[in-house]
Design a protein around this ligand. Structure first.
Ligand SMILES: Nc1ncnc2c1ncn2[C@@H]1O[C@H](COP(=O)(O)OP(=O)(O)O)[C@@H](O)[C@H]1O
Ligand SMILES: [Mg+2]
Length: 360
């Protein structure tokens, strides 16, 4: 178990200087719009991934009139107090863990895994297939080195193969031999990717069922349906269709075109679910993911940014009951008026008021 005891922000977006203290269990950050709630959890995200979940460029996170920003986190991890300092400036970003600098930022990754839910995650349910593939790829890369290796090789080969297909001229002249070799090399990589995706989805399914049933008070059971592109399940060469690809001048099938679907009680969520149901679906997925990752990696913190909007008070309370104390959890919300007394008395409520912190 890991938990963030204190967080210090300097010149980080709207915070000039602030120190916040957290509970090892559930922390509810409440305040009006633009008070700085998302900014706090964005900083925690940075301590996990060394980047924001929303900023296009890192410099965005530095306060408008400053030239550097610092995020300092004191964690309790493996029974020890550990300090992480992340800083941003025109020179780039730096990370220190227990005073030790990292030459490669990637060497630090893994200290802390943040499972982050934000309103944009609705796109996982209703957005384009690419959003779901990104979800599969980034999480599988976290837990499987074999997957990451295959993905890198596959992407490289795919780029080369598409290059060959694109360069077919009017006389239909192209490098047939090269196309066949590349296709042959892609098959074992595609097999690894598909096998691991299948396995991942199979393991997530009982978890997401459990979470969705709990949040909806037994009304909705969410499951995932994996849909590999053009894969019959038996034929090896059915991954790629050279004839079709020559016509389309691109690789029309393979793991780079896979997708999966969310079913609510067996019906497609993207097509019929309400905003509230889609939100519950995306949230169930993230909570299922936390339990899944926890079995493989540990050291997880859960962040639920703006999770309550569009949910009725029953679902809001169900969510809070469901969140077990195995993890440290941060929730941001504009209002706690729908939350039951019982929940409020057991958890840490942090009121976020921007003006207060400005001069802190
Ligand atoms: N680089 C920055 N410097 C100063 N203020 C910023 C910067 N980036 C964003 N802000 C401001 O921070 C405030 C808090 O935003 P946010 O944390 O998203 O609020 P909340 O999640 O509580 O609605 C906003 O008013 C925004 O304009
Ligand atoms: Mg916000």
């Amino acid at each position: 178990m890991i938990y963030l005891k204190t967080l210090k922000l300097i010149n980080f977006r709207c915070y000039q200087e602030v120190v916040l203290e957290f509970s090892p269990h559930l922390n509810i950050l409440v305040g009006p719009n633009a008070a700085g709630k998302t900014t706090v959890v964005e900083a925690v995200h940075c301590l996990g991934f060394l980047k924001s979940h929303k900023a296009g460029i890192d410099a965005e996170m530095i306060s408008y009139d400053q030239d550097f920003a610092v995020i300092k986190g004191n964690f309790e991890k493996e029974g020890k107090l550990q300090e992480v300092v992340f800083s941003l400036s025109a020179q780039g970003k730096r990370i220190l863990a227990n005073q030790k600098p990292f030459r490669q930022l990637s060497e630090y990754l893994g200290f802390l895994h943040v499972v982050f839910f934000c309103p944009e995650d609705l796109e996982i349910v209703k957005g384009a297939p690419g959003v779901r593939r990104k979800f599969l790829d980034s999480n599988l890369c976290l837990v499987s080195e074999a997957y990451m290796k295959s993905l890198i090789i596959y992407r490289k080969l795919l780029k080369q193969r598409n290059e060959v297909l694109k360069n077919i001229n009017e006389n239909h002249k192209y490098d047939r031999k090269l196309l066949e070799v590349l296709t042959g090399q892609m098959i074992p990589q595609a097999e690894t990717l598909i096998k691991e995706r299948e396995h991942f989805i199979r393991e997530l399914n009982p978890l997401i069922e459990e979470k969705s049933l709990a949040i909806s008070g037994g009304k909705e059971k969410v499951s995932l349906l994996y849909m590999p592109s053009n894969y019959t399940g038996t034929e090896r060469d059915s991954f790629f269709d050279i004839k079709k690809d020559l016509n389309s001048k691109t690789t029309t099938s393979g793991p780079h075109r896979d997708d999966f679907e969310f079913l609510i009680n067996g019906f497609k969520a993207a097509a019929f679910a309400s905003q509230g149901q889609q939100r519950t679906t995306a949230l169930s997925l993230k909570l299922a993911l936390a339990d899944y990752l926890n079995k493989k990696t540990e050291d997880i913190i859960i962040i639920l940014d703006d999770v309550f909007s569009e949910l009725d008070s029953e679902r809001q309370n169900q969510i809070l009951k469901l969140l077990n104390s195995e993890y440290q959890i941060f929730i941001t919300t504009t209002s706690i008026s729908n939350l039951s007394e019982e929940i409020l008395k057991d958890n840490k409520i942090i009121t976020v008021r921007r003006e207060e912190y400005k001069n802190a």
